[in-house]
Design a protein around this ligand. Structure first.
Ligand code: SF4
Length: 104
């Protein structure tokens, strides 16, 4: 399981740069660059849930990943030691990305 740092603070699961969802899915089956990947599990934080966090943040997280051109992808599982999900101003999945994607 990779440890994950996430800068998508506009996501309801983000808690102090960690994810509290338990597992995430990274999309981008055709991706050749980081920008073509995305965190499919992103859920926009609405104004009313601004203060409440969902679940308990954890450093390590299960990652199912569709980005099969990434060198860390083995049978749709991420084998990287640590990944960074980026997208500080994201309002939708497409504005997030796995910044650790490395083309094999
Ligand atoms: S590092 Fe590669 S395999 Fe791991 S989540 Fe990112 S794109 Fe997927």
């Amino acid at each position: 399981m990779p440890s994950l740092v996430c800068s998508v603070q506009n996501c309801v699961y983000n808690n102090a740069m960690y994810c509290s969802r338990g597992d995430i899915k990274v999309g981008g089956s055709e991706a050749e660059t980081c920008q073509e990947t995305c965190c499919d599990s992103f859920q926009e934080r609405k104004a009313e849930s601004m203060k409440s966090s969902v679940g308990t943040p954890s450093q390590e997280i299960g990652v199912v990943c569709e980005a099969c051109h990434c060198g860390y992808n083995e049978d749709c599982k991420c084998t990287a030691g640590q990944i960074d999900i980026a997208g500080a101003a994201a309002c939708r999945c497409g504005e997030t990305e796995c910044a650790t994607f490395t083309k094999e």
